[in-house]
Design a protein around this ligand. Structure first.
Ligand code: ACO
Length: 321
């Protein structure tokens, strides 16, 4: 039997941290107290003018390849989960493939599932590898979300950040990914969207994130606990044997409420939202990379990755690291 397992992780955030107070100093009508109490966010990283999503993705990918002890030439599949691609086309994945000097012929494509993007992309890559068609995949979540923030909307602009996370997923005889589940409910478009589109040479509709925060909060807590139980059941793994939960890093209160609903103690939840904000598809692989590099996640441990976001989309991957 062929399985897939993570051979290396990488993460990259641009520039220096921008604190809540920095946002106040830049003219956002908010306070450190309001943001940190309601969301757990203390700082985020933001791209400077001209820095693109693919540049963040390339840095994270290089670090993941180094950690895996592989080179770009070893990769035969690139999937980039992103909501903020450099261009309408070509895909960000093709830009990454070219910049890393990968051989032409490797498959490369972007995947759009907003904040669930990385969990979707990892599930897709796992299925490619287990089918036998591909052997070594680079799976990336990368965003420059600050490009689609309305800095006059304090209800959204304080929540998000920019960054990228990546993993190298390889074929192996030992199972790494144990179970996965993906879901969507397209009837929830209205609670979180960027509704604008490019048409006739300009943006038609709203080019910024619009969100009903309360509706998003309730939806996220419900589906994150449901999908966690779904993958644990698929793998017949009791909750007590789960070492780490890495939920989408949107908001500390969503993560705490999910852990409470599951009956999981808070010290088994990896939290990076305090320093990264919500980086959408980059949030889960960035948090995974932080916890691997600081030694919390050790080989052989079980890790549950969870995404939820616009669409609405949600999903989970249970793996042995
Ligand atoms: N600073 C100061 N005051 C603010 C800010 C801000 N940044 N934003 C809103 N307020 C004010 C509002 O204007 C309102 O004032 P009013 O009472 O005078 O009208 C007051 O704070 C309360 O606003 P609410 O929206 O009711 O605040 P709430 O306590 O619900 O918190 C929040 C808002 C943090 C967005 C919450 O709804 C939430 O966590 N939702 C989840 C959303 C989320 O995490 N989205 C991420 C994207 S989706 C995803 O990744 C899954």
């Amino acid at each position: 039997m062929i399985f897939s397992r993570i051979a290396g992780t990488g993460g990259f955030v641009p520039g220096t941290p921008v604190t809540n107070q920095d946002l106040v100093n830049r003219g956002v009508d908010t306070s450190d107290e309001w943001v940190s109490e309601r969301t757990g966010i203390r700082a985020r990283h933001l791209v400077s003018e001209g820095v693109t999503t693919s540049q963040l993705a390339i840095e994270a990918a290089r670090r993941a390849l180094d950690a895996a002890g592989l080179t770009a030439a070893d990769i035969d599949l690139v999937i980039v989960a992103t909501t903020t691609p450099d261009m309408v086309f070509p895909s960000t994945a093709c830009l990454v493939q070219n910049a890393l000097g990968m051989p032409s012929g490797a498959a490369a494509f972007d995947l759009q599932a907003v904040c669930s993007g990385f969990v979707y992309a990892l599930t897709v890559a796992d299925k490619f590898i287990r089918s036998g068609s591909h052997k070594r995949a680079l799976v990336i979540g990368a965003e420059s979300l600050s490009r689609i923030l309305d800095w006059s909307d304090r209800g959204t602009c304080v929540l998000f950040g920019d960054g990228a996370g990546a993993v190298v997923l390889i074929a192996d005889e030992t199972p790494g990914i144990l179970a996965s589940a993906l879901h969507a409910d397209g009837s929830q478009t209205g609670i979180l969207s960027v509704s604008g589109q490019i048409s006739g040479g300009s943006v038609v509709g709203c080019p910024f994130i619009r969100m009903d925060g309360t509706a998003v909060f309730k939806f996220a807590v419900r589906v994150l606990s449901e999908v966690a139980l779904e993958v644990l059941e698929q793998a017949a793994l009791p909750l007590e044997q789960l070492d780490w939960l890495i939920p989408h890093q949107a908001n500390i209160r969503i993560m705490q409420a999910t852990a409470k609903k599951l009956g999981l103690s808070a010290d088994r939840v990896v939290v990076t939202v305090d320093r990264h904000g919500n980086t959408s598809s980059a949030s889960v692989p960035l948090a995974l990379d932080v916890a691997v590099r600081d030694g919390r996640i050790k080989p052989g441990q079980t890790v549950l990755l969870e995404g939820v976001g616009g669409g609405f989309t949600w999903g989970a991957v249970l793996l042995r690291y």
